[in-house]
Design a binder for this molecule. Structure first.
Ligand code: 5GP
Ligand code: MG
Length: 187
């Protein structure tokens, strides 16, 4: 007897590629208008904000500065509540306007800690932009100035968002059910 194929862990498409691109264009226009005349550096949190960063940056003024920081708090589909990698994040931000960019705001721990770290490094003003904002109770209070989309409290993948390192390359954002997952765990 043939073994039954395991069901795909990918669920319905929450945000199609075209809707994401349209919204990223709107965000780029709003951010550009806000920072007109003020030199800006974007600090993007990798790997999740990879595609968001590239699509946004290509629609912003060419002189916009960029730094990429690698921090993580997730393993599988749950936040571990500890932020790893922040001690490696350095730079001279004295007197600079910083836009902190991330894929998704969930418990708020990541953005809260990174924003505080940027202020410690001398940033004059830190604003936050997230592509997705999960409607859930935050562990800490974080208020993004710009949000792409509000979504329900469900685990999603695609457009940079992963499940243990997989599915980032999907052009759309889809629901994901870990129970049927076939992707091996990665560090
Ligand atoms: P927070 O620190 O706000 O709890 O978590 C933020 C980070 O958790 C995000 O940058 C992202 O890496 C990860 N995360 C939170 N929710 C999801 C989700 O639904 N899907 C994926 N793939 N990652 C998520
Ligand atoms: Mg992340």
């Amino acid at each position: 007897m043939k073994p039954k194929p395991s069901p795909s862990p990918l669920g319905k498409t929450l945000l199609p590629a075209a809707a994401i691109q349209k919204r990223v264009g709107e965000l780029a226009r709003a951010i550009t208008a806000h920072y007109r005349g003020k030199p800006l550096v974007v600090v993007a949190l990798l790997n999740g904000s990879l595609f968001f960063l590239v699509d946004l940056l290509r629609r912003m003024p060419p002189e916009t500065g960029v730094e990429c920081w690698r921090v993580s708090s997730y393993e599988g589909t749950a936040s571990q509540g500890i932020l790893r990698g922040l001690d490696q994040c350095r730079g001279d931000f004295k007197g600079r306007h910083v836009l902190l960019l991330d894929d998704i705001l969930d418990t708020g721990l990541t953005l809260h800690a990174v924003a505080a770290h940027l202020r410690k490094l001398g940033a004059e003003k830190v604003e936050i932009c997230v592509l997705l904002n999960k409607r859930r109770k935050r562990t800490v209070n974080v208020k993004p100035k710009w949000t792409g989309f509000g979504i329900g409290d469900e685990f999603v993948v695609g457009y940079g968002l992963d499940y243990n390192g997989h599915y980032r390359g999907l052009k759309s954002i889809r629901l994901f059910k870990a129970s049927g997952a076939s992707a091996p765990a990665t560090a």
